[in-house]
Design a protein around this ligand. Sequence first.
Ligand SMILES: Nc1ncnc2c1ncn2[C@@H]1O[C@H](COP(=O)(O)OP(=O)(O)OP(=O)(O)O)[C@@H](O)[C@H]1O
Length: 432
Amino acid sequence: GQSATTPSSWDHGTARASTHARAADDRTSTTWSTSGTTNEASWSTIWPTSWPPTRFGVTDVLCEACDQLGWKSPTKIQIEAIPVALQGKDVIGLAETGSGKTGAFALLHTLVLTPTRELAFQISEQFEALGSSIGVKCGTSHVNCHFYTYYYLFFYQVDKILKVIPRERRTFLFSATMTKKVQKLERAALKDPVKCAVSTKYSTVDKLQQYYIFIPSKYKDCYLVSILNELAGNSFIIFCSTCNTAQRVALLLRNLGITAIPLHGQMSQNKRLGALNKFKSKSRSVLLATDVASRGLDIPHVDCVINYDIPTHSKDYIHRVGRTARAGRSGKSITFVTQYDVELFQRIESLIGKKLPAFPTQEEEVMMLVERVSEAQRFAKIEMKEQGDKRKRPKRGDGDDDDTEQATGVRKKVKGGGGGEEAWRRSLEGGR
Ligand SMILES: Nc1ncnc2c1ncn2[C@@H]1O[C@H](COP(=O)(O)OP(=O)(O)OP(=O)(O)O)[C@@H](O)[C@H]1O
């Protein structure tokens, strides 16, 4: 049961009974600690050899898989939740974004329900990395559950699923926020659950630097371009409230030479996964997304989350900004607050219990972009119309019309303004 590479961390024989108690004392701590020095828990403590049943023989395999993933020791939520789950109890796991909740249930035999398809695929990748062969099934109306087969479905189908899965089961519910929906699900699906909470109800991560920027609504695009310019070389997820805005802003940015890619519910499933892969593989550095990307997506290299549109549900704020500063890394978030958003912003501040600082910007410099940005806006509008018209026409070819990747022709039409413009554009493209 030992890994050849890091025997100490994967040694089944050295269970330390006190670890679980120590972790329980530490419930409210939000520190990420997986290294052997700061978090002395070993996997063996939470993961006795008696489980899982030997006929699956997966314990050793999982140990090696964790080794290969570089997971030296379990995270706090894993320390809390896995032993309780192994005792046969239902579990509610509450821990901040990026704290290893997926790992907590990926190490158990489970049927996983996720709110989006992207998340389903991502989780299946984590299962596969841990050595399970999985079927990914999305949005099916013919729910066919074999107990030891893994299926991924959606939250909104939960009622349907609950009817067909065995009544005798264990249920694990993990989230970074305890919303009414989660509580409803808890009542409907869980039996006498044990609550494993390693964060307060609505906390954001310590290593996340959160800012807001108060701007007139009509200058949102200018401020966005200015920030992308200033932080060039970083990786961004920009959240918009509608598919239309995500698409339009992606086109606008592409017209300015920024390699942006949209991800939203009006794109085909293939396009969505394609967009995500391009962003994950760093061939695109700006992802324009709706809330389809706000929960669970684990893309470690995201440096900055921008809320181009403020989230209308303040709990979504926590999930959105949690796409950066994951697993102990640092990250930044900037929320655009316009004249219409003040109340929503105050609600967010009171939910997270923090007053956010303003992101420093030079208004005069931003205003110098107005002309160029207006031109790019104009072209984006034309492209949006062209794409709309194309969609109305019967489809030909491979139906590639829902991505901005093909819509780069107009970009060339945005006039260059001499050396200054070129230098500016190059600087925007630096690192992209
Ligand atoms: N024991 C571990 N040691 C080191 N890294 C880990 C461990 N468990 C998970 N990770 C890594 O930490 C990152 C974040 O984990 P995960 O995606 O499970 O977070 P989460 O709590 O589900 O976040 P969210 O609330 O955003 O869904 C992942 O890249 C994962 O591979």
